[in-house]
Each structure stands twice: as C-alpha cells, then as structure tokens.
Design a protein around this ligand. Sequence first.
Ligand code: GAR
Length: 187
Amino acid sequence: MVKNKACVFISGSGTNLRSIIKNSRDYNFPINISLVISNKKNAAGIYFAKKFAIPFIVLDVSREKFEKMALKELLNRKIKLLCLAGFMKILSKSFIRKFKGKIINIHPSLLPKYKGLNTFKRVLNAGEKITGCTVHLVNEKLDDGKIIVKKRVAISASDNPEKLKKKVQSEEYKAYSIAIRKMYNFS
Ligand code: GAR
C-alpha cells in the first residue's frame, strides 16, 4: 500500500514517538514517519529517530523561526499528517491554518477536562476517580478541536502523579495508533 507521509513534533522523552514509529512499521498502518522535528536540542526522544533511521531536525529557536523552517520542511517533504507527541510549544494560528485538518495532538486527560499543564497533579487534587487521554485535531485554541479517540484510565487510591502518568501513557500509545488509523478510515 502507498503510505501517507507523516511528521512528528516532539519536545521531550518521545515515548509516543517510539510507539508511532513501531506501529508505522506494520504494512497495513496508513502512515510512514518521514520526519521528526524537535524544538529542544536535548530532547531524549531524538534517540528514537536516530535508532530507527528516521530523518530528524532540531529547531531549538524562537517560535517564529521554528515555524518558518518547519513549514518549509513539511512542504518540501510533502508531509500529509503532522502528529504532535509531547510537543510543548504552542503553534501560532497562522501555522495551524496552513495545515488545517492535518495536525493531531495527544493530551493526557479526558478533554475538555484538564486542558494545559500538570494534568496528573490537578486530576489527583480534584479527587477524580477516572482520567485518561485524548487524541484530537488541532485547532486554533489550546487543547481543543474535534476529538478522535479517548481512552479512560481508572485512578486508584495509591496513585501519585508519576504512577498515574505511567498508566495514562500506556493508554496513549494505543490511542494514538487508533486515532491515526481513524484519520484514514482504517479499522
Ligand atoms: C504525553 O503524556 C503527552 O500526553 C503529553 O506529554 C507527554 C509526552 O510524552 N502532552 C501534553 O501534555 C501536551 N499538552 P512522550 O514525550 O514520552 O511521548
């Protein structure tokens, strides 16, 4: 099958990147990761791009420069889907408009609840019994946009932010894979 070219933007440990790369190696997965861009020069996730021989670029610069250079690469390489995976920079409205409907993001809560940062701590402080993760289309508002997939995670009394993060992230890997398949109407 002809796979769609995708790019993953990261800022940190890149465990979602690793999972997407592994899934993309399946013949029946609708995308191929053609490029990884990190906005942090020390992002641990760059290791996975190297390990799996995927072209990567580090753009540890201002947002304006980042977006100008990233956009050029996305167009030159004919990227059809942009996956944000632990990408902690807020993209400008004009960048999002240029890639409208083709940017997806993963967020570690059941959106629309707990947008923004420190989700695990806030979820625990609020005494929630259930949390999870959401993959959504990116629009011009923070952690907004059409929801593609949500996965729920039960919170136990012994959970702390670190334990909860582990539980949620293991669901994130599944959620991202399902969401990418859904983007291309694959079951
Ligand atoms: C993930 O848990 C993701 O949901 C979160 O950052 C983590 C990145 O982990 N994203 C956000 O908080 C975005 N608002 P990873 O680098 O190991 O994939």
